[in-house]
Design a protein. Structure first.
Length: 641
């Protein structure tokens, strides 16, 4: 881990280090709502694209230099799961696609702008067996590959940081310093995958000598951090040049295979940071939940500092620290400040404006600042005895990546705790509470499934089943469970997935009785006679869930498909009543590829109906699309993702 470095009078460390620190120190001694707010805030700190964000235009190819014949702008794209290197397109705009073939050899595509420090966010789609990549500054490649179902990824797999190359090294060792993703969370060909990259360019002195290597601060693939704080000692194989520079273009590899991109957003961070100088502090003993009259209040101690910190060794567990100083702003514009002060209150004024009013535990504010020296004032009041002193302040501005200007070690959330991770080899079936981030209850923090059963597999495919509704509520690819909140200290009974999750929304019945195929889906179990009857396990410890509904007995068997491509689900009913339906999918969009194959929710996953005989119905319901099908005896379908 990097040490904090001095920057014009104060210290900071890479925010990704801060995220790691907070997760390692996650403790259930701290209120759950505080941890949620703090972690959300810190995530915002590393990935906040509101400043200087530019969207790469995909109405045409004008954002790129000399595009080759294989690059096109289209309106929609789909893949063929059976044919390699094939993407089908429709006319329109908004999607960038590369379609090389045996007759037309593709070439790499370069943006007509260069970048230094930046955040990149985009969606991409791979054809079956396809190979591509994204070169940051044209030099450092993030590999894009059809790695669907790969159990042990390497640096050459999807999301890997590609290796460097030296022909002078011994045979078999020419490739070196490649970095595999932490886990394989790659989606199937033809599904959109979401990539987020935070990149820091190499640094050079006035004579042009490199004094700091380029860094990949964070890479998230499909919602999972697969790289953090990776130092790039030099260009990867296939770079534009062996010479590193402060800036270079984005480069999309186009000479290997069919690939598509959309929603390409780049946030540049190339402006000078504000400097905080002349820091002075005053400490006041006692409990302060409002700003006191300092003219009538002598300080217990005072002095100067080079850093904003809570660690000033006050004698009391209840105290107030007042900081003053000068903020030298070099770039005019709108600035956002995030402040965390667990166990107390805080306030921030800049240029005599109240940016964050006094509030408890955390606060956020925006202010427009001109160029120049601004008076700075911050209050931190600690008045909850059992919480350790802790203070965090971060700032982001026009062309300035958000960074922490308080001491990183201040961001305490309790005693250090090693995460309690459950691997698929340790436990195949685990019961716990499970929190779902459903949009319907986002303000309340989602929905808690209290009778959740999570089932793992050695193929790194897992799911959670809701025993209260007889339905699965989420699937995920990657590692199994983080049980820290359940088992550490007193615990709260919950666990959480540690891979790339496919959520199915608010928990609901899988099987329901409808008056017609246009009747609204049953909201809950009321009047259905639903009764869970547990589950049985086969010789591989895979469960088959059993329940009763409308007097009908249901068996629900979920199994992993061959090669880890997804799940197959078989529903069997005994003595079924009339007009029983199964709701297979809900999404903003459901595309029919054939009578048996569908793409759900803007190409998030495939749904394939394999057995059942009845005709499925795609219908509109409350602003969503639903896929339902009648069931008489059995229904088998698969989800590929």
């Amino acid at each position: 881990m990097e040490k904090p470095v001095n920057f014009n009078g104060f210290f900071f460390s890479p925010i990704s280090n801060l995220i790691s620190t907070i997760f390692k120190k996650n403790s259930t001694n701290v209120p759950r709502q505080f941890l949620s707010v703090l972690l959300c805030t810190v995530g915002w700190m590393l990935w906040n694209p509101s400043f200087g964000q530019t969207t790469v235009t995909l109405d045409n190819l004008s954002s790129f230099e000399d595009p080759g014949k294989t690059w096109k702008i289209v309106g929609n794209v789909t893949a063929d799961l059976q044919q390699g290197n094939q993407l089908q397109t429709t006319k329109g705009k908004g999607v960038l696609v590369n379609l090389p073939d045996d007759k037309t050899h593709g070439k790499d595509l370069y943006t007509n702008f260069e970048h230094s420090d930046m955040d990149l966010e985009l969606d991409y789609m791979m054809a079956k067996g396809s190979n591509s990549g994204i070169y940051l500054q044209g030099q450092y490649e993030l590999q894009l590959l059809d790695s669907w179902g790969v159990s042990t990824p390497t640096s050459g797999d999807n999301g890997g940081i590609y290796e460097r190359w030296d022909d002078s090294r011994p045979d078999g060792q020419q490739g070196y310093q490649g970095y595999a993703p932490r886990q394989n969370v790659s989606r199937a060909p033809g599904l959109w995958q979401h990539l987020k990259v935070s990149f820091q360019a190499p640094r050079f002195d006035a004579q042009g000598k490199k004094i700091e290597n380029a860094k990949i601060l964070l890479v998230e693939l499909n919602g999972v951090a697969i790289h953090e704080d990776v130092e790039l000692l030099g260009p990867t194989r296939g770079a534009m040049s062996a010479d590193e520079k402060t800036a270079g273009p984005l480069r999309f590899q186009g000479d290997h295979g069919a690939v598509a991109f959309r929603n390409i957003q780049v946030t540049h961070y190339d402006k000078p940071r504000p400097e905080l100088t002349d820091i002075h502090y005053s400490i006041y003993a006692g409990r302060y939940e409002a700003e006191p009259d300092f003219s009538q209040l002598p300080p217990e101690a005072e002095g100067s500092s080079v850093i904003l910190t809570s660690d000033l060794s006050p004698k009391s567990q209840q105290f107030l620290i007042k900081y003053t100083g000068t903020l030298n702003v070099k770039e005019a514009g709108n600035y956002t400040f995030n402040m965390n002060f667990p166990g107390g209150s805080g306030l921030l004024r800049i240029n005599k404006q109240e940016v964050i009013p006094i509030s408890g535990w955390n606060g956020q504010g925006e202010v427009t600042l001109p160029v120049g020296e601004m008076p700075f004032e911050m209050l931190y009041s600690k008045h909850v005895d059992w919480v350790e002193p802790s203070l965090g302040l971060a700032v982001a501005g026009p062309g300035i990546r958000e960074y922490l200007i308080t001491n990183e070690n201040d961001m305490r959330t309790g005693n250090p705790v090693d995460p309690i991770l459950v691997a698929s080899t340790d436990k195949k079936i685990m019961r716990s509470f499970m929190d779902l981030p459903t949009p319907e209850n986002e303000e309340e923090g989602g929905i808690r499934v209290v009778h959740a059963v999570s089932v793992s597999s050695p193929h790194q495919l897992h799911y959670t089943y809701d025993m209260d509704h007889g339905n699965w509520v989420q699937l995920w690819r990657g590692r199994f469970l983080d049980a820290t909140p359940m088992w550490h200290d007193r615990g709260d009974g919950s666990s959480r997935p540690t891979g790339s999750v496919l959520h199915f929304g608010k928990p609901a019945l899988a099987v329901a009785k409808l008056s017609s195929n246009q009747a609204e889906w049953v909201a809950d179990t009321t009047g259905s006679g639903y009764r869970a009857k547990g589950y049985t396990v086969d010789t591989n410890d895979a469960p088959t869930f059993r329940y009763q509904i409308y007097g009908t007995q249901v068996e629900d068997a979920i199994r992993v498909l061959e090669n880890g491509q997804g799940f197959q689900r078989k529903l069997a009913v005994t003595q079924p009543v009339e007009a029983l339906y199964v709701r297979l999918a809900v999404g903003d969009k459901i595309e029919s590829l054939s009578d048996q194959m569908y793409l759900v929710d803007d190409k998030s996953y495939y749904l394939r109906i394999e057995d059942g005989g009845a005709k499925p119905v795609v219908r509109d319901m409350k602003g969503k699309k639903e896929l339902i099908v009648p069931i008489k005896e059995t229904l088998t379908y698969s989800i590929l993702f």
